[in-house]
Design a protein around this ligand. Structure first.
Ligand SMILES: *Cc1c(COP(=O)(O)O)cnc(C)c1O
Length: 335
């Protein structure tokens, strides 16, 4: 299966009415910091609070009429998107997640009427359970990132970005399994070949970064991070998203937990946004001086807002945050 710009346009027609066309909001503060027009693509305005509804809605729309239900593994937001889109079509949904997924995300998925299955300590364990359910119960399995319909759905963000700002020079994309970055890069570069698309991951457990360095998908140890939505591997049998990222991303940058912490504060205090850690990695890279030289307008994808509110409150009040085996030292904003 080869994905093309036409697939992204088809996805847009299919998901209209389920997923929102989101605003591209200027950030006066980050424009000053970067010296360029700096824009925030507010995927937090999706009905599920994250962009994953785009890919999920497109994949659910592509299912045959006789399909009775779907299953997936998820770090939280894909499951939420699947639950939402499945309910809209009257389908059963089973979402498999590891014990690392924050309770807030689990609760959000249950509230949408999906069955939740917590299994193991990694995305790989959740993936294995989803595949088992697919066979045992005859459910359709929808990968969070390595699925043509999902990638085309996420790619609709690229269409919207260039419609709103044809002069964009760079897009900053939070990177995990690469469905988002691959889809956006596919669409944006088909329209504007010289646009730069940069993937950003957390240092702790950056599976795509390690895989690109190795030249093939590799396993990484999955650990706790403020960017919990970026956890998990890319799948050793990856079919689509690894090659898209390898061929289309201009760079992949890693940020620390302290940098993510500070970026979440910045988005809150300067732009009044509640953004989860995964959403803040592009801002973290900018503030840490890790981006390549900027030559024009920049857009950062603010991918989701589904953060544990206790953790969020600790961050905006400058407290220490402990997640699993890591403690991120607190610091008041601006201190
Ligand atoms: C899933 C997710 C990402 C990363 O998307 P991939 O397609 O897995 O690379 C980024 N941010 C949030 C909030 C997510 O839920």
């Amino acid at each position: 299966m080869r994905l093309a710009l036409a697939d992204v346009y088809s996805a847009r027609a299919r998901i209209a009415g389920v997923a929102a066309r989101t605003p591209l909001a200027p950030s006066p503060h980050l424009s000053t910091v970067s010296g360029q027009d700096f824009l925030l693509k507010l995927e937090i305005a999706q009905p599920i609070g994250a962009f994953k509804l785009r890919g999920a809605a497109n994949a659910i729309a592509a299912l045959p009429d006789d399909c009775t239900g779907v299953t997936c593994c998820s770090t939280g937001n894909h499951g939420r998107g699947i639950a939402y889109a499945a309910r809209a079509r009257g389908l059963r949904a089973v979402v498999c997640m590891s014990e690392l997924v924050p309770q807030a995300k689990v609760d959000g998925i249950r509230a949408l009427g999906a069955e939740v299955c917590i299994t193991g300590k990694s995305q790989d364990d959740a993936q294995a359970e989803s595949t088992r359910l697919c066979k045992a119960e005859g459910l359709a399995e929808i990968s969070p990132f390595d699925d043509a319909s999902v990638i085309a759905g996420q790619g609709t963000i690229g269409l919207e970005l260039l419609e709103d700002r044809p002069d964009l020079d760079m897009i900053l994309v939070p990177l995990s399994g690469g469905g988002l970055a691959g889809g956006i890069a596919l669409a944006a570069k088909a329209i504007k070949p010289d646009i730069r698309v940069i993937g950003i991951s957390m240092e702790r457990g950056a599976a795509m970064h390690a895989s690109l360095a190795a030249g093939h998908p590799v396993e990484i140890e999955e650990v706790a991070s403020l960017a919990d939505s970026l956890g998990g591997g890319v799948g050793l049998t990856n079919k689509l998203s690894f090659a898209l990222c390898r061929d289309l991303l201009d760079d992949v940058i890693l940020v620390t937990e302290a940098e993510i912490y500070r970026a979440m504060q910045t988005l809150y205090y300067e732009d009044r946004l509640v953004a989860e850690g995964a959403s803040a990695v592009g801002i973290a890279a900018l503030q840490a001086g890790k981006l390549p030289p900027l030559n024009g307008p920049v857009a950062a994808i603010i991918t989701g807002r589904n953060v544990d509110m206790n953790v969020f409150t600790q961050i905006v009040t400058g407290k220490d945050v402990t997640l699993g085996d890591v403690t991120i030292k607190g610091q008041a904003y601006g201190a």
